[in-house]
Design a protein around this ligand. Structure first.
Ligand SMILES: Nc1ncnc2c1ncn2[C@@H]1O[C@H](COP(=O)(O)OP(=O)(O)OP(=O)(O)O)[C@@H](O)[C@H]1O
Length: 258
């Protein structure tokens, strides 16, 4: 297995509070990895470590080693903007720019110095996000005029257009209806041919439907009365759902807590 991303003994603090402790895991190339676990156990915090988005939270501090294709993601020579170009992110709430559908795609590409044929890039990216037939006749209309599910596919198209190697997704379907959710799930299965995907989801059926590997996080109380997140178990999705090693994983995936 070739790990494209890897975390080794990662701790994340917000101010002086340790939010997630000692996370080590490898993300294999061209697979879908799901992060599951109860609220507040640090799934989004760890996801943000993978493209240095925590850098933008002043109180956040990351300890340990995160590597991307074997190189330290936090090394001084790494440009965080370039890191985020190569490791894209799609958020929970669809957040198209208040611009035309066309410009939602073209804007980021232009900023990143894309010099090829823009019309082609826009069409290809929207095609890959399985949105083309719905928008091809209205590329000049605002991205905000689309439905929530379409907006999320537009955001995926925008992420793809920058040609990242990895796409991180933080609960990308939680604001969507079941049909839009299934469309996105189908899309993710196609996208993994070309990209590596790490997805945070509260929806266990979704994790079991789409992911190759699953990481189960949990949180435990600290002596000071707070709680700290940690990685309980990380394995193939079949193992996590059908024969987990840990009792807490078994209880969580069978819906007994969380
Ligand atoms: N910007 C922040 N500033 C301070 N504390 C934060 C910040 N973001 C997250 N935390 C804290 O870090 C811990 C982990 O939060 P995180 O959002 O990563 O968990 P999560 O598992 O993704 O939760 P959810 O499933 O509810 O999204 C929580 O205790 C949370 O309060």
């Amino acid at each position: 297995m070739t790990a494209i991303l890897s975390a080794k003994s990662v701790n994340v603090y917000y101010g002086s509070t340790l939010a997630v402790r000692d996370v080590s895991l490898d993300i294999p190339k061209n697979q879908i990895v799901a992060f599951i676990g109860p609220s507040g156990c640090g799934k989004s915090t760890i996801l943000r470590c993978f493209n240095r988005l925590n850098d933008l939270i002043p109180s956040a501090r990351v300890e340990g080693l995160v590597t991307f294709q074997g190189s330290d993601l936090y090394a001084k020579v790494m440009d965080p903007v370039e890191v985020r170009r190569r490791i894209g992110m799609v958020f929970q709430k669809p957040n198209p720019f208040p611009k035309s559908i066309y410009d939602n795609i073209a804007f980021g590409a232009r900023v990143n110095g894309y010099r090829g044929n823009m019309d082609e890039l826009v069409e290809q990216s929207i095609q890959q996000a399985a949105l083309w037939d719905e928008v091809k006749d209205k590329l000049k209309e605002s991205g905000l005029s689309l439905s929530g599910g379409q907006q999320q596919r537009l955001c995926i198209a925008r992420a793809i257009a920058i040609q990242p190697e990895i796409i991180l997704m933080d609960e990308p379907c939680s604001a969507l209806d079941p049909i839009s959710t299934l469309r996105i799930e189908e899309l993710l299965r196609e996208l993994k041919e070309r990209f590596t995907i790490v997805i945070v989801t509260h929806n266990m059926q979704q994790a079991s439907r789409i992911s190759d590997r699953t990481a189960f996080f949990n949180a435990e109380p600290t002596p000071k009365g707070g709680k700290v997140g940690y990685l309980v178990e990380y394995d193939t999705t079949d193992s996590i759902f059908q024969s987990p090693r840990e009792q807490s994983t078994k209880e969580y995936v069978s819906g007994r807590f969380g």
